[in-house]
Design a protein around this ligand. Sequence first.
Ligand code: GLU
Length: 282
Amino acid sequence: MKQLLFLTITCLVLLLSSCGNTTHRTHLPQDTTHTSDLTRLTASGVVKVGIKVDAAPFGYTIGSINAGYDVDVIVAVCSRIGLSNIRFVPVTSSNRFDLLQSGAVDIVIASTSITRSREAHVDFSIPYFQDGQGLLTATTSDITSYQDLTDKKVGCVTGATSAGIISKVAPSSTVVLFPDYTALTAALLEKEIDAASSDSLILMGMQNAAPSGRLHLAGPIFTTEPYGIAVRENQSDLRDALSGALQDMWDAGELQNIIDIWFGPATKYKGNLSFTMTTLPE
Ligand code: GLU
């Protein structure tokens, strides 16, 4: 009798568990409709590139023309990978990754540092330049390094790496955020802040945009900011194509020519930084 009861319960359990089991362990069919960004872009030849418009010498405008080191680099890179039709889309430090994720742009080249936390959300090319964070102050200021920022107001741009670094190296300063470099420069000139902090060449661009003699770089750079071209996460074929083109440009001396045009001896940025690319073996 006990055996019959046990058998009946076992059968019932098996029956119920098979009825309630809606999870099918068979493999889902592969998504064969997925087309990579590189395939899609090279098929159309059109690419939307996110670029800064107020961050000389990397991305700015002369009238309606986009100019800057980032512009020249991406034009040369795109030509090497068969993307002849570039549409520039203005981005800021704070919206550049959102515009990439939403599809408003396909590539971002915008003085963007490759960081570990950003790598979690986007794919980066190898570095195509390197700068470091510094300080810009009024020429009359007594600030000579980040160690002088106690109780000072330091302006940074929203979405840049700069604010987080200032909070770390000068915890007793107050960080004030601005939407873009135009607003940051105006705040420094209006003395709303004691210093502005960003990458050193962007600060030099702000200094050049201000009336002569008003602003200067205060002290040496204090971080390493390797710049990368960003694409959407998991678009490694596009990322690899960009990295390959950058290495070919370096080997051919083309990237150095662009560096010399923007930062060489004949420029306002001369002698500030040098860059060497570590190219990968074949
Ligand atoms: N390179 C830094 C960054 O990617 C500062 C400049 C910028 O925001 O573009 O955050």
